[in-house]
Design a protein around this ligand. Sequence first.
Ligand SMILES: NC(=O)c1ccc[n+]([C@@H]2O[C@H](COP(=O)([O-])OP(=O)(O)OC[C@H]3O[C@@H](n4cnc5c(N)ncnc54)[C@H](OP(=O)(O)O)[C@@H]3O)[C@@H](O)[C@H]2O)c1
Length: 336
Amino acid sequence: MKIYTAHPGHHIEGLARRDAERPPLGPRDVRVRMRAVTLNYRDLMVVSGNYGLGSDPVVPVSDGAGEVIAVGDDVQRFAVGDRVMGSFFPDWTEGEPDAWKTKAALGGSRPGVLAEEVVLDQDAWVRTPAHLNFAEAAALPCAGVTAWNALFESGPWRPGERVLLLGTGGVSIWALQLAHAGGLETVITSSSDAKLERARALGADHVVNYLSHPEWDRKVLEATRGEGVHRVVEVGGKGTLPRSVTTLRPGGALALVGGFAGFDGAIGPMSLMIGAKRAFGVFVGSRKMLEDLARFVEARALRPVVDTTFDFDDARAAYAHLESGRHFGKVAVAVG
Ligand SMILES: NC(=O)c1ccc[n+]([C@@H]2O[C@H](COP(=O)([O-])OP(=O)(O)OC[C@H]3O[C@@H](n4cnc5c(N)ncnc54)[C@H](OP(=O)(O)O)[C@@H]3O)[C@@H](O)[C@H]2O)c1
């Protein structure tokens, strides 16, 4: 079978398509013919050597969907022909995170899904929402679950409460779709007016161009009648954190998700103390969260936004497209 390997530190040029042995099938294992994967910012960090993986080649990418083609003798949860997606942390099935549950992650410390076939324990797979194609289903495991976790796993929401989303990448567009479907008021930022128009079409209530308005936090406050938002899905880190805190209303919370504008940021304690604001970290999520997300997506007939789908042979071009920042939502690679 064909797989890709990524060589940490060798960047996109280090991605190589190779022949590999089919992985063996244990009694609890499910063999899946992958049909599509989607990329995350993390996959760029892996190839650039900024993900703490050492220097050995890895099979990259965490998010994939496909069809079950074989099951081990003890498998109860799936049958040949089922359409499934892999869970980001194969060992975190439910409950609170724990070091042992988040140690193994697909496309990182465990081989990923940019391969024609993937074999994982039955506990690591979830059925895809029936109305989604494979590329759409492949958008759920990391970006979708992260957005779900940041929005709905910490504290209850009341309809009409407000959330701020930063940029129009994979996590933020997911969060926009989920928040809108969940009855929240949404504000989203982007560097591009054309992307903001697309965000409006997905239900964004307020949009702010952060390039035209470098003090975008003021615009967010204006849009929310000076009151601020209840939550920020904070994907920017160092470059956005201080302004994100300013947009929070008293009692509001930062869901600390990412660092596309730097992972080493800091905010002063006073900025949270005044107004009893809080911050919490988000680390993708469990298989249970993926199942809950899939149920919600199916019930609301949501379709994740797949910007472009590249051929398996063009995986490097898919990475380059993600790196360019031209995308809106997710970038996918069809497998086979
Ligand atoms: N903690 C976790 O479990 C977890 C899970 C998933 C992702 N993450 C992190 O979350 C972040 C986003 O990931 P992603 O996969 O959604 O990335 P992505 O799809 O690559 O998002 C890129 C988009 O971010 C926007 N952006 C870039 N710089 C910005 C800035 N200074 N201010 C506002 N927006 C900016 C741009 O949107 P416009 O083109 O609209 O300007 C860009 O297109 C990354 O840091 C990633 O590592 C963390």
